[in-house]
Design a protein around this ligand. Structure first.
Ligand SMILES: Nc1ncnc2c1ncn2[C@@H]1O[C@H](COP(=O)(O)OP(=O)(O)O)[C@@H](O)[C@H]1O
Ligand SMILES: O=C(O)C1=C[C@@H](OP(=O)(O)O)[C@@H](O)[C@H](O)C1
Ligand SMILES: [Mg+2]
Length: 183
């Protein structure tokens, strides 16, 4: 029997870390298909993420998100970027076990700056910095739990981040030493 299909990489991390941008570039670089869970949800539902939050609230969004990610992970062989809150689901974290999960990190100020706009209802209005900090406090242990490797996207171009991820995937080493360092 052949092995089950597996994604080449799954990107997790907080909003604005660059999962969608970097996932798309990583897939292009590896010449494999790209999917973004948020786009799959919008396609499956025929409505935008802000619309889903406005009608069914966060609980409905999370139910759809868990189902769409579960279905995708069953057969997808490419790069999959998740939404920032996908790891809140225990079932999703369970499904991510043993996969090449890349945790993209970003500092609070830059994360808030990059996630501005109407497309992210959880951070819209009010004190976005406090909300972002609370979200990181809740989720950081969950990102760490599922991560195969952790890569910072702070003050680094997306091209540099992609090159770093490709190195790790190709070497199979999630903790590469810094280049040029003596053994
Ligand atoms: N390495 C980077 N440096 C600067 N800006 C970036 C970087 N990666 C992504 N961005 C920008 O940050 C914003 C959020 O990126 P996005 O890929 O949507 O993040 P996520 O999917 O993690 O929420 C976009 O405007 C994108 O162009
Ligand atoms: O952090 C979150 O809970 C969310 C992040 C968003 O995705 P990005 O992380 O790609 O912005 C999107 O799934 C939704 O707005 C909820
Ligand atoms: Mg995204």
């Amino acid at each position: 029997m052949s092995d089950p299909a597996r994604p080449v990489a799954v990107l997790v991390g907080p909003p604005g870390a660059g999962k969608t941008t970097i996932g798309r570039k990583l897939a292009r670089r590896l010449d494999v298909p790209f999917r973004d869970a948020d786009h799959l949800i919008e396609d499956a539902e025929g409505r935008s993420i802000p619309d889903i939050f406005a009608t069914g609230g966060e609980p409905e969004f999370r139910r759809i998100e868990e189902r769409v990610i579960g279905e995708t992970l069953e057969s997808f062989e490419g790069v999959l970027s998740l939404g920032g809150g996908a790891v809140l689901s225990e079932a999703t974290r369970h499904r991510l076990r043993g996969l090449k999960v890349v945790h993209l990190t970003i500092g609070v100020a830059e994360g808030v700056r990059r996630s501005r706009g109407p497309g992210r209802p959880l951070l819209a209005g009010g004190d976005a910095t406090a909300r972002y900090q609370a979200l990181l406090t809740e989720r950081s242990p969950l990102y760490r739990e599922v991560a195969w490797t952790t890569v910072s996207s702070e003050r680094r171009s997306s091209g540099k981040v992609v090159a770093d991820i490709v190195d790790r995937l190709e070497s199979g080493d999630p903790h590469p030493r810094r280049r040029g360092r003596r053994p």
